[in-house]
Design a protein around this ligand. Structure first.
Ligand SMILES: C[S@@+](CC[C@H](N)C(=O)[O-])C[C@H]1O[C@@H](n2cnc3c(N)ncnc32)[C@H](O)[C@@H]1O
Length: 286
């Protein structure tokens, strides 16, 4: 018997039905975003973005990000776009510079929790996934519209933190770098994609000031051991002890405020923390 093509009977094929679902999703997302743009502040009805309109694959390959643009040097970045309230129109210069970086910031929970705690410091989230970055951007825009005096000091940038960090930050510019629940890349052959490696640590040490701190937290014990070991072996980092962790407010904030961290808590999972201080370069010690 001759087979009948579903398309001849107007029965949607799986492919067509998927395409139509995707189209509906894109239209809903567009309507939601357009709606947000048109809400006036007086209406006081600005809604926070919904994650379901910013869906994206769980992982992005850090080695194939060829469409990303990087500044040739930190001063060629237009930081005023990200932090307009920290730009002096008369002097045509920023009044402050980024000091705290959340690497792989995901949906931005840490940025938002740090915003009020460090209201005088500029905080930057760096995130490789397009939709996730867009979500954080929209979230910050809404928060700024809801509370004009707050959240002006946080921003998000789409970028690959494994590449060209010194193009974004001057030597010793940062005082804190957070690595919260980084992608574990479980398989041995994928370990090179981990966000902490000996080579990358030298770049992080370059942009971090002496006395600055690298914060790491994960729910994957093997990854925790990997990060702690690489940091311990690096000559420019020294581990901070448990007592230090207990009194540091950022440790408490990063443990409880990121989206991944909250998920781990909901599942009663364990979290491993390791914090390291940036030591002076050996040449500077004489
Ligand atoms: C497991 S999520 C954790 C997100 C967030 N820190 C949290 O705790 O909720 C890891 C995030 O890092 C991002 N990421 C992975 N590699 C990156 C890279 N090289 N540069 C910037 N972001 C990266 C991923 O897209 C993802 O959003």
């Amino acid at each position: 018997m001759a087979s009948v093509d579903k398309r001849d009977l107007n029965v949607p094929t799986a492919e067509a039905s998927n395409e139509s679902k995707k189209k509906q999703y894109r239209e809903k997302r567009k309507d939601f975003r357009d709606g947000q743009k048109n809400v006036s502040f007086e209406e006081n009805a600005i809604e926070l973005p919904r994650k379901r309109f910013y869906r994206q694959r769980a992982h992005s390959n850090p080695f194939s990000d060829h469409d990303l643009a990087y500044p040739s040097r930190p001063d060629s970045m237009d930081w005023s776009q990200l932090y307009p309230q920290f730009y002096d129109q008369e002097k045509k210069a920023m009044t402050s510079h980024v000091e705290i970086a959340d690497i792989g910031c995901g949906y931005g929970g840490l940025l938002i929790s740090l915003a009020k705690e460090f209201s005088d410091k500029l905080i930057l989230g760096m995130e490789i996934r397009v939709q996730v970055t867009q979500y954080v951007q929209d979230r910050i825009d809404v928060l700024r519209r809801q509370e004009e005096d707050n959240y002006q000091n946080i921003a998000v940038l789409r970028g690959n933190a494994m590449k060209f960090l010194p193009n974004f930050f001057h030597k010793g510019q940062l005082s804190k770098m957070f690595f919260c629940f980084p992608d574990p890349h479980f398989k041995q052959r994928k370990h090179k994609a981990r966000i902490i490696t000996s080579t990358l640590l030298s770049e992080y040490a370059y942009v971090l000031r002496v006395g600055g701190v690298i914060y790491t937290i994960t729910d994957v014990e093997d990854l925790h051991n990997w990060m702690a070991q690489h940091l311990e072996e690096h000559p420019l980092f020294q581990r901070l002890d448990k007592e230090w962790e207990e009194q540091d407010k950022c440790v408490c904030i990063m443990t409880n405020s990121t989206e991944e961290g909250k998920k781990v808590s909901r599942n009663n999972g364990r979290k491993w923390i390791a914090c390291f201080e940036r030591l002076p370069n050996p040449d500077d010690c004489d």
